[in-house]
Design a protein around this ligand. Structure first.
Ligand SMILES: Nc1nc2c(ncn2[C@@H]2O[C@H](COP(=O)(O)OP(=O)(O)OP(=O)(O)O)[C@@H](O)[C@H]2O)c(=O)[nH]1
Ligand SMILES: [Mg+2]
Ligand SMILES: [Zn+2]
Length: 326
């Protein structure tokens, strides 16, 4: 990580002798206007005023917000010069409550788990069928993160010119999971309509083709794409998340390659809630049931189900096992 830049909101002045007492009343910013955060770059947030992609305003975080994290997708209120003219700088004075959150795990360079994107409706889990090879475990962990964060997951398979999608896709047959194929050579007539009027995060390992797909969907995006450098570790062509407008009101959010997700603090119930036909059944489980069935959870109500629902219990428990391992 490079040294971060400081802006005036980072400066903390300790009140010394004779300094003015801190005022308790904050200005309430009745004139603030709402915006969506579309870019974040070292203490500067790019905002679309009223979610209008053509009305861009660059803003800093007002001092009163302290270190409140603000990420792409956040709803914010901004004040100041909202003209969007070059060299103007507005101020973010409020961050709205988040409807959904996508978290990623701490890693070596960054010890804190953090929210990557806020308020997205869908998570497009982008997996290449080859180069880098697909990993089932990554998809399972992404699914759990999506369910827990309130996003609808979609599995998107790229590089279909290099391998047959069927065997990999078949592993997820028992889940409520929409699976689409969107390789460079494939038509986008299935993927594009799914994204309209939605905010969709594109997430996957480096080199799987997220930016390539974004460029096809938003031609004026002109996202840089890169070569895949070695198995499972692309060289991270994209380094910042960015929200790009689709025709209409939808947005796609291109993100840097990700290796893992924060699954800490996710409860077994959060996973089961995502299975519409199982969610009610667990009301009959004993308190603290982990829903794994015997021997760990001998009285789990999911074991009373039969027919197709019982097959779904197997799929749900497979995800719970992934969660328990993490
Ligand atoms: N054969 C093949 N190559 C593809 C396809 N889609 C993308 N690629 C190539 O894969 C490489 C990586 O693509 P990117 O779009 O940069 O991947 P990314 O997921 O954005 O990677 P990061 O930004 O590093 O996270 C590029 O060389 C693309 O041309 C595909 O469908 N088939
Ligand atoms: Mg990229
Ligand atoms: Zn149970």
């Amino acid at each position: 990580m490079g040294a971060r830049e400081y802006d005036e909101s980072d400066v903390r002045i300790r009140p010394g002798k004779g300094s003015r007492p801190r005022t308790k009343t904050r200005p309430d910013h009745a004139d603030a206007q709402s915006a969506m955060v579309v870019t974040v770059d070292r203490g500067r947030w790019g905002c679309a005023l009223d979610r209008d992609p053509h009305h861009r305003v660059v803003a800093m975080r007002a001092r009163e917000l302290g270190r409140t994290p603000i990420v792409v997708g956040d709803d914010v209120d901004i004040v100041g010069d909202l003209s969007g003219r070059p060299d103007t700088l507005a101020r973010i004075v409020r961050r709205g409550e988040r409807r959904t959150v996508l978290r990623r795990t701490a890693d070596d360079t960054d010890p804190t788990e953090r929210v990557v994107v806020a308020n997205a409706d869908q998570l497009l889990i982008v997996v290449a069928l080859a180069d880098p090879p697909p990993r089932t475990g990554f998809v399972e962990r992404a699914l759990i993160a999506a369910y827990a964060g309130g996003l609808k997951p979609v599995l998107c398979l790229t590089k279909s010119d290099l391998a047959d999608p069927e065997p990999f896709a078949a592993q997820f047959a028992d889940l409520d999971l929409t699976i689409v194929t969107a390789g460079r050579e494939d038509p986008l007539d299935v993927v594009a309509p799914m994204l309209s009027d939605q905010v969709t995060v594109f997430l996957g390992h480096s080199g799987v083709g997220k930016s390539t797909l974004v460029n096809r969907l938003v031609p004026e995006a002109d996202r840089a794409t890169g070569e895949v450098s070695g198995v499972g570790k692309g060289k991270h062509t994209s380094t910042q998340s960015i929200a790009l407008p689709l025709d209409g009101t939808g947005w796609v959010i291109d993100t840097p390659g990700i290796r893992s997700f924060g699954l800490a603090h996710i409860q077994p119930d959060d996973v089961i809630q995502a299975f519409s036909d199982l969610a009610e059944t667990i009301d009959d489980c004993p308190r603290g049931c982990g829903h794994m069935g015997p021997p760990a959870d001998p009285e789990c109500a999911l074991d009373t189900l039969s027919g197709p629902a019982a097959g779904r219990v197997g799929a749900a428990r497979h995800l719970l096992a992934v969660l328990n391992e993490s």
